[in-house]
Structure formats: structure tokens, C-alpha cells
Design a protein around this ligand. Structure first.
Ligand SMILES: [Zn+2]
Length: 369
């Protein structure tokens, strides 16, 4: 039997400072088998006592029932249900299982924190992984998010959020919050708690809740920088290897959570044979155990030149002209259909990260910023 963690109630802790300031909302353990975030938050609160603080920090348990039992979830994954469709069904009173009730409760708690806010609101979702790996961050690709992530010396993956349906952090990003999901390392590795705590210190400093000059902040930054171990700071997702059970997909052993791959390297096998890298690039979140619809994500490092170009393009208003490109049709604000893949690179630069194939056409969509 997996062992759970003792969590009294949804709210794990709250610190309110003098005067106004940012609100930092942290969700820990939205997957009940990932208690490291809960421990990291408790350590953080203990250390914050007596330090000057601005605004509010509040930490919520994600899947309370799952955390107590040490199970990822009881009926369904609480981090795949944050769609408008599912939330409106819940509002109409069709909550059916343990996670529906968890979601309503957590949503209410986050909304209350948002209503109390007297400054910018940041939401950080803390995770850990079954495989060993260094801490990394997933975030949406908007200009405010890009500004926020600059302080973090861990690899940041842009555009993965938009690829996954029903993810908590993407949902609240669509509601105007700065959000990020953190993978802190392996579930049972004690170092994971330290890494998640370090991420929280950098978050508080970057949001403006605590002074940048605190020793805890410099120590946290140095720890995360060391752990990055030569991997790029910012990378982007280019494609997702979608898999179904009948594919008999098996990842080649030996890949880290984020790892380099060379052109031609064997990545995985399925019933059709070998899957090899079509170019040099990065394997991101390879699937080694359990079920899932994502075999791995394929990505590449984003250079600072490309980051600058993309920022300039977005501020220039060039997006208004996208509908004039041959083979491109505007569906609605922030959503286009593409008859040809050749424009994908341009759309990515402009923050269109959600890419879906429908028949012959591709549809691309971005989060509002
Ligand atoms: Zn998780």
C-alpha cells in the first residue's frame, strides 16, 4: 500500500504581509502521490516567520483525498479536468466523483484568494515525477510569462501547457494569472523537496513578496543553477508523440526528463518498428511507466536572439497580418487554420503554441496575453 501524508485541510498555510503586494498561490499535490510540494511549502512557511513580507502567500493541497491515501487520484486525474466544458458541467451540479468535489473546492479556494488580491497574482503548481530528473518548469508562451520566468535558472519549457488539455496552470493562465507548473524531481528523492522549496523562494523574490537580496533567495538560485547541469535555460516544444495502447509504444531506456538526442538516434519502438530522431533536438518528458497518451515531446533550445525577435514581432502587431498569408484563415481572435505547415515557425514565434491537426488542416491557437 502506498503511504499517504497527513494533511488537515485544503489550506496548508497562509502568510499575509503588511500593506498591499503580490498574491502568490501555490498548489501542492494535485497528484496525490506527489507530496514533496506539501513538505516544501511547510519548510518555506517555517523559514518565512519573522521575515519582512509583502502581499499574500497561500498554499493549497491539490488532491486532498489522494494525498492522504498516497494515490495519484481516486477516480480521475485532477490535472486534466480544467476545461470550460467540465467546469460548466460541475456548476450545473453534475459532480459525480471524488475529484469533481476536489476540483470545486480547490476552484473556490483559488477564486477567494484571487478576490482578496490587491496586486498581481501568480499561481505555481508543484509536481514530482516517477523518473529521476532535474527540476524544470512548464509555462505558457505569453510575453508576461516570459518576463516572469527570466529569474529562474532551471530549464523552462514553453508551449507544453498549450499542448495538454485540462491542465490547472493553463486554465488559470487563461484567466489572467501568471502561472507555471514545476516538476521538482523524483517522487521519493529527498532532494526534490529542497528543489521545490528553492523554486518557491525564487518565485517569492520575483513576484516581489520578499527581498531579492535575502540569503535564502541567493542560495535557492545557486542550487537550481547547479542542478541545470548544462541544459538550456529556455526550450520550446515542436511536436508531441501521441500514442494509443495498441501502438505498443516503448521508450528506449536511458533518457532523462529532458535530454539531448542526435539526428538518427533511436528514441523508441512501437509495433511499426523503430522511431528515430529526424534531427538534433531535445527529448522532453519521455514516458517510462504508467499509462499516458504522450510518448514524449520533441523540442529544441530557444536562443536569446530568437526570444528577442519573438518579443519584437509580438509587440509590433504583426499578428494582425497573419490572416493575409496564403493558405491561412482566421477562425477567431487568437485562432487560425493553416493549409500548409510552412507557416508554423512564424506562428510559434508569435506565441501560437496549441497546434491541432484536423483532416488536411492544422489549427493553431494561442493564450491571450
Ligand atoms: Zn504531477
Amino acid at each position: 500500500m502506498p503511504e499517504g501524508v497527513a494533511v488537515e485541510e485544503r489550506e496548508i498555510g497562509r502568510r499575509t504581509g503588511e500593506g498591499s503586494g503580490p498574491t502568490v498561490i501555490v498548489v501542492a499535490g494535485i497528484h496525490g502521490n506527489e507530496p514533496a510540494g506539501v513538505h516544501a511549502a511547510r519548510r518555506l512557511f517555517a523559514q518565512l516567520a519573522g521575515l519582512p513580507f509583502r502581499g499574500e502567500l497561500v498554499v493549497y493541497a491539490g488532491n486532498l483525498g489522494g494525498l492522504r491515501k498516497g494515490l495519484r487520484y481516486l477516480s480521475k486525474d485532477l490535472n486534466r479536468v480544467w476545461t470550460d466544458q467540465h467546469l460548466s458541467a460541475l456548476r450545473e451540479g453534475t459532480a459525480r466523483d471524488a475529484e469533481d468535489l476536489e476540483q470545486l473546492d480547490l476552484q473556490g479556494a483559488i477564486q477567494e484568494a484571487q478576490a482578496r488580491a490587491r496586486g498581481p497574482v501568480v499561481l505555481i503548481d508543484l509536481h514530482s515525477t516517477s523518473a529521476a530528473g532535474i527540476p524544470f518548469m512548464l509555462t505558457g508562451d505569453t510575453l508576461p510569462h516570459r518576463r516572469f520566468i527570466r529569474a529562474f535558472p532551471i530549464p523552462v519549457v514553453l508551449g507544453l501547457e498549450e499542448e495538454l488539455d485540462g491542465v490547472l496552470s493553463a486554465h488559470w493562465a487563461r484567466r489572467g494569472l501568471i502561472t507555471a507548473a514545476i516538476e521538482g524531481g523524483q517522487h521519493d528523492d529527498p532532494a526534490t523537496i529542497g528543489s521545490l522549496e528553492a523554486v518557491l523562494w525564487v518565485t517569492l523574490a520575483q513576484a516581489g513578496s520578499v527581498n531579492q537580496s535575502l540569503d535564502s533567495v541567493s542560495r535557492a538560485t545557486a542550487l537550481l543553477d547547479l542542478q541545470r547541469n548544462g541544459l538550456p535555460r529556455i526550450m520550446e516544444i515542436l511536436s508531441r508523440r501521441a500514442i494509443a495502447p495498441e501502438d505498443q509504444f516503448r521508450m528506449e531506456p536511458g533518457f532523462r526528463n529532458i535530454d539531448y538526442a542526435r539526428k538518427g538516434q533511436l528514441l523508441a519502438r512501437d509495433r511499426r518498428g523503430e522511431i528515430r530522431a529526424a534531427s538534433d533536438g531535445l527529448v522532453i518528458m519521455p514516458l517510462y511507466q504508467g499509462l499516458g497518451g504522450d510518448g514524449y515531446f520533441w523540442g529544441r533550445a530557444v536562443s536569446s536572439a530568437s526570444l528577442r525577435a519573438s518579443g519584437m514581432l509580438r509587440r509590433s502587431g504583426a499578428a494582425r497580418l497573419l490572416g493575409l498569408l496564403p493558405g491561412v484563415a482566421r477562425i477567431s481572435a487568437g485562432k487560425f487554420s493553416l493549409a500548409r505547415r510552412q507557416w508554423l515557425g512564424l506562428f510559434r514565434l508569435l506565441g501560437y503554441r496549441r497546434i491541432r491537426e484536423s483532416g488536411e488542416l492544422l489549427t493553431v491557437e494561442r493564450n491571450q496575453s
